[in-house]
Design a protein around this ligand. Structure first.
Ligand code: ZN
Length: 229
């Protein structure tokens, strides 16, 4: 059953904000803080919630911090915990907290069946396709080909707005089998996008970029008009 509008919880410290627009439309789900040391997306979603972001059409679901214990210690995973983004689709009977949380999130996604699911991350390495190891900073990552059309349109708008040195955004095809993005795309056939800012920028700028990505994605997806063009 889909959730009623309001604030629900996956766990006591993982709230799920559900907003319905007066007009019907698609469902978008935005989440951050799967990795506790990637904080800009968490702050961006908290700011948007404090500013009372609402959908114009359809439903908007926001989970500002997926892995609260990891976020509190500002580490990728909580103390002695698993990498939450390698725990999907999860297991409700597991002893590991992360596997149970991943399963709760999957249940939510299967009930809500969002058409768009975005997860906000950060990376220490600036994206460079020539590097021997993968790098992600300033990319929109997708794990299932072909590249979603909304991803290209969002990149165009981001690159019109962010034109400074190293600010350029690129698409990045990089499947990770047990990540939230792929498992969810496979389970419900939605568009799944992983947003990665580069941590070489100051926190405030990274927060501004995450806000811009979220606002542009929601506009391109048809849930909310763009307020700051
Ligand atoms: Zn991450």
């Amino acid at each position: 059953m889909p959730l009623t509008p309001g604030i629900h919880h996956l766990t006591p410290t993982v709230p799920v904000h559900v907003f319905d627009a007066p007009k019907p439309g698609p469902t978008a789900l935005i989440q951050a803080g799967i990795h506790g040391d990637e904080i800009a997306g968490v702050h961006a979603l908290c700011e948007l919630l404090e500013e009372e972001i609402r959908p114009d059409c359809g439903r908007l679901i926001v989970i500002p911090v997926m892995n609260a214990p990891a976020y509190r210690v500002q580490q990728r995973s909580s103390k002695g915990g698993l990498d939450l983004n390698r725990c999907f689709p999860g297991d409700s009977g597991a002893s590991a907290r992360e596997l149970r949380l991943a399963r709760k999130f999957m249940d939510l996604v299967e009930d809500e069946r969002p058409g768009l699911m975005a997860t906000l991350h950060e990376s220490k390495k600036r994206y460079d396709p020539l590097l021997p190891l993968p790098s992600f900073g300033q990319t929109l990552v997708y794990g299932v080909e072909p590249m979603p059309a909304i991803l290209g349109r969002t990149l165009d708008r981001l690159n019109a707005r962010f034109t400074g040195v190293n600010e350029h955004w690129d698409p990045h095809y990089f499947p990770v089998a047990t990540s939230s993005t792929e498992v969810i795309v496979e389970a419900i056939g939605c568009v799944g996008i992983c947003v990665e800012t580069w941590m070489g920028f100051a926190l405030e700028h990274r927060i501004a970029m995450h806000r811009a990505v979220v606002e542009i994605l929601l506009a391109e997806f048809g849930v909310r008009a763009l307020k700051n063009k």
